[in-house]
Design a protein around this ligand. Structure first.
Ligand code: F6R
Length: 591
């Protein structure tokens, strides 16, 4: 949610380096963007715009002199509409102090009032602008002191960067929103996510909550926001490849990441046996086990609930992370909370984990970003190793998370080898399934339904959360109203929505619920629905059939993939950019 990026180094094209880096972070927020560059003559040049950054090539011609220090921001609006004034960076009225901010300053209204009474002139409706004025007010004490004083007055979650006219320094601080420092030769980068600087360096240092860093030409000094004490940081090498974070020959990240599912599962399959067994033991000894996540990760958690029940006969209760407060009161030191997250930075999930930590429960996180806050606060982590996921709609991380849960459920039932064998076979069938003919078939179905108002998706058993996830994927990228239901729930209300020609996707794997879900399909068809069957076998009730591999306990994986493709095709045919759906952002770091 909002991408921020800074460069400080010997190269004199800081504005363009930041421009390039911001493009790689655009998936985090894309309603407006802006850059501030400190020029050789000391003055700060600011440029900001509404809209996507993608088309802009260079800013250097606008600068009056070269720049070696710049900060940038791509926005996902929280406070204040999408306007040029509200786009970051924000400055005090004299342009002396310039900041960018990701997060929310909860007490901004009272601070703004106080600053206005102090004759400060505001030029935006954002909460963020207060920080620039607060720092500017105390600049006679020096930039660093003024920054510390300002930040101590702010409540809420944030990652911020600040520069000023008077000193050659970049200051960054975080509380609750990610910030990573990349270190090259005499060069520093600060970003919300690694892909922004992956082309320059893989050596990183993580800024933790309640910490700040001051970067000058002599190096980076980390300290505690509270005590002011200096903190030593370890340089860590990350193993992401530049190509993994690029689109390559694909038109969009979403389809690239869908196709990568041919490979991503193989990395999951190799998760160490000892680690899986250790976590399985923790779960089996617990008095209560919960599994939580938000959005797609929440549906994965729901799939996990079925996997533990069906494979290990173990109850692991799913809760949407944003509503976990309901169950948190029952946690004890013997409880386990499993968090599912791609980014590891989702604010609602982190808040839920805070409740779990307060109760002394053990935390296991299943994350893609191993360096994330979630991973770092967990007792145990199971990294899914799906590589960078850039499309806002999660695809490859989803199936990798389901795969890890499949292994963990098998480990809980003392049959991990069986789980691995199952996933190896599933990988083979995914490879066979993902061929151009298959994609064309789904494209032609998408072409036939692309102009509808509503789509229904139904499933039973584990296919119920799969139906909800499929519906989520379709609505978020195609903007067609799509709802996922349990097949058995149809007749209790949702069937009222069915009329002539409403496409209804029926997920019918080869499992115990097949006959029942086919009966539900008949009920829909009797009321005029157009039935799209997603199943290993064709059935008379299907108007269209998308063939799926039969994969036993891995059916959730083989049945979600074709529906990810259908969602993608619907978006593209309706001329929407599936990588950047409206109103959304990857990594939701506000509550
Ligand atoms: C939808 C999607 C979101 C995320 C949710 C949680 O396609 O990707 O619903 O699943 O915002 O994000 P993470 O997994 O980063 O915690």
């Amino acid at each position: 949610m909002c991408g921020i990026f800074a460069y400080f180094g010997p190269k004199e094209k800081a504005a363009d380096i930041v421009l390039k880096g911001l493009k790689k972070l655009e998936y985090r927020g894309y309603d407006s963007w802006g850059i501030a560059a400190k020029q050789k003559d000391g003055r700060i040049y600011i440029e900001k715009h509404v809209g996507k950054i993608s088309e802009v090539i260079s800013l250097e011609d606008s600068l009056t002199s070269p720049s070696h220090l710049a900060i940038g921001h791509s926005r996902w609006a929280t406070h204040g509409g999408v306007t040029q004034f509200n786009a970051h960076p924000h400055a005090d009225e004299n342009n002396k102090v310039v900041i960018v901010h990701n997060g929310i300053f909860e007490n901004y209204a009272e601070l703004k009032q106080e600053l206005i009474e102090d004759a400060c002139l505001f030029s935006s409706e954002t909460d963020s602008e207060v920080l620039a004025h607060l720092i500017a007010k105390n600049m006679d004490e020096g930039f660093e002191k003024a920054f510390q004083k300002a930040i101590s007055r702010l409540k809420g979650r944030y990652a911020v960067l600040a520069i000023c006219e008077d000193e050659d320094k970049l200051i960054a601080a975080r509380r609750g929103s990610p910030l990573i420092i990349g270190q090259g030769e005499d060069t520093y980068f600060v970003a919300s996510d690694v892909p922004a600087f992956l082309a320059y360096t893989k050596e990183v240092m993580y800024l933790d909550d309640e910490q700040m860093v001051v970067i000058t030409k002599d190096g980076a000094t980390f300290s505690s926001l509270e005590s002011g004490k200096t903190i030593k940081k370890r340089l860590i090498s990350i193993d992401w490849e530049v190509e993994e974070a690029e689109k390559g020959e694909y038109p969009h990240f979403m389809i690239k990441e869908i196709m990568e599912q041919k490979d991503t599962l193989s990395r999951t399959i190799n998760t160490a046996e000892a680690k899986l067994n250790e976590i399985a033991k923790l779960i089996s000894r617990s008095d209560r086990a919960y599994i939580i996540g938000c959005g797609t990760a929440g549906y994965v958690a729901h799939i996990g609930e079925y996997l533990f029940a069906e494979i290990a006969n173990k109850e692991v209760i799913m809760r949407p992370a944003s509503e976990f407060h309901l169950s948190a009161r029952f946690l004890t030191e013997q409880s386990v909370v499993i968090a599912i997250s791609q980014s590891g930075e989702t604010a609602d999930t982190l808040e839920a984990l805070k409740l779990a930590m307060n109760a002394g429960a053990k935390i296991v996180s299943i994350v893609n970003v191993e360096s994330s806050t979630m991973a770092r606060i967990s007792d145990k982590i199971l990294p899914i190793k799906a590589g960078p996921e850039k499309a806002v709609a999660s695809t490859k991380a989803t199936t990798a998370q389901i795969a890890i849960l499949t292994l963990l459920a098998h480990a809980s039932a003392n049959k991990l080898d069986e789980g691995r064998q199952l996933l190896i076979q599933t990988m083979g069938s995914i490879n066979d399934m993902l061929n151009p003919r298959y994609e064309d078939h789904i494209t032609s179905i998408a072409g036939n339904i692309m102009n509808v108002q509503d789509i229904m998706v139904i499933g039973r058993g584990i296919s119920h959360p799969v139906a909800m996830e499929a519906a989520m994927k379709m609505k978020e990228v195609s903007y067609i109203h799509t709802e996922g239901f349990a097949g058995g729930e149809l007749k209790h209300g949702p069937i009222a929505l069915i009329e002539e020609g409403v496409p209804s996707v029926v997920i019918a794997p080869d499992d115990n619920f097949k006959n029942e879900i086919l009966s539900n399909a008949m009920e829909l068809k009797a009321r005029g629905a157009l039935i799209i069957g997603v199943s290993p076998e064709n059935a008379e009730v299907f108007d269209y059939w998308i063939k799926t591999p039969s994969a036993k306990h891995a059916n959730a994986i083989t049945h979600i993939i074709p529906l990810q493709i259908l969602a993608y095709k619907l978006a593209v045919l309706r001329q929407h950019n599936p990588d950047m759906p409206r109103n959304l952002a990857k990594s939701v770091t506000v509550k």
